[in-house]
Design a protein around this ligand. Structure first.
Ligand code: LP5
Ligand code: MN
Length: 241
């Protein structure tokens, strides 16, 4: 059985060539030899509709990298993040990836593993949750997608700046997961392992009675060990380069 990789929060964009290079190296290296790759959101700095593929050469290169690995037999999955929740069917088809809902439970070596982007666990960040509810509304998304590409790009860039300003004024604790939301998720989905990103606070946390639940938090890129890996023969998750 080949390895399974998990990554998130790469925030790929033309302005960060080192991160883009690290991603392409990762795709041509470890992923090519693996059995599966799960991308748990925020692959891109922002995604403003699948016509981004017509305007953004980097997006086309990314799709080509996924498609090449799919041709080599790697199963690849994408879950939306808060930056790229508008990734749609065209992207998935061209990248040869399957879109996963958030949350998703997979079975890995006989164990149920819960996958999330992580933003829905940050329930104390009320301003973000209100924003999220608004931009995930299908009617609102249709209105956004009806705007020109240039208009959407300007909105996305202004939202990114606004987000950075807002974050600088929020308490750190508010932007982390709520322990109650985490424990509810473990119990509801009957999983003892959770993998998520979003908070940019890589760690393994134990939760619940007798520390029976393990929560693996993925780092944002660049990172020395940007991926989480579960080798085919091992039941352990390990950080990977
Ligand atoms: O992303 P990050 O790490 O900086 O912070 C997130 C939360 N911020 C966001 C916003 C995104 O960064 C910007 C998304 C751009 C791409 C989408 C483009 C396509 C859709 C366009 C949608 C208009 O998700 C941040 C959290 C942080 O994680 C930690 O969890 O705190 O939340 C915020 O900053 C949200 C603010 O608190 C509230 C924002 C109010 C914005 C008001 C404008 C809404 C109307 C938009 C109309 C165009
Ligand atoms: Mn995120």
């Amino acid at each position: 059985m080949r390895a399974t990789y998990f990554i998130s929060d790469l925030h790929l964009c033309a302005e960060r060539p080192e991160t883009n290079a690290a991603f392409f190296e990762f795709m041509r290296g470890p992923v090519r030899e693996s059995g599966a790759l799960y991308v748990l959101g925020d692959l891109f700095e922002y995604w403003i509709g699948d016509d981004q593929l017509d305007h953004d050469p980097l997006a086309r290169e990314v799709v080509a990298a996924f498609a090449a690995n799919a041709a080599g037999g790697v199963a690849q999955f994408f879950m939306h993040g808060n930056r790229d929740f508008l990734i749609g069917e065209r992207f998935a088809r061209e990248a040869r990836m399957a879109l996963l809902p958030d949350p998703t439970v997979i079975e890995l070596g006989g164990e149920r593993v819960l996958l999330m982007h992580g933003d829905t666990l940050c329930t104390d960040d009320r301003a973000y949750q209100a924003f999220r509810a608004q931009v995930r509304d299908p009617q609102w998304q249709r209105a956004f997608l009806a705007k020109t590409y240039a208009e959407r790009e300007a909105i996305a860039r202004s939202l990114r700046s606004k987000s950075d300003v807002e974050k600088s004024m929020k308490a750190e604790a508010i932007m982390d997961v709520s322990p109650k939301a985490v424990e509810d998720a473990f119990a509801r989905h009957r999983c003892s392992t959770l993998v998520h990103g979003h908070t940019h606070r890589p760690a393994v946390h134990k939760h619940g009675k007798d520390a029976m639940w393990a929560r693996h938090v993925l780092p944002d890129w660049p990172a020395a060990e940007p991926a989480l890996c579960r080798a085919g023969s091992s039941a352990e998750f390990r950080r990977a380069t």
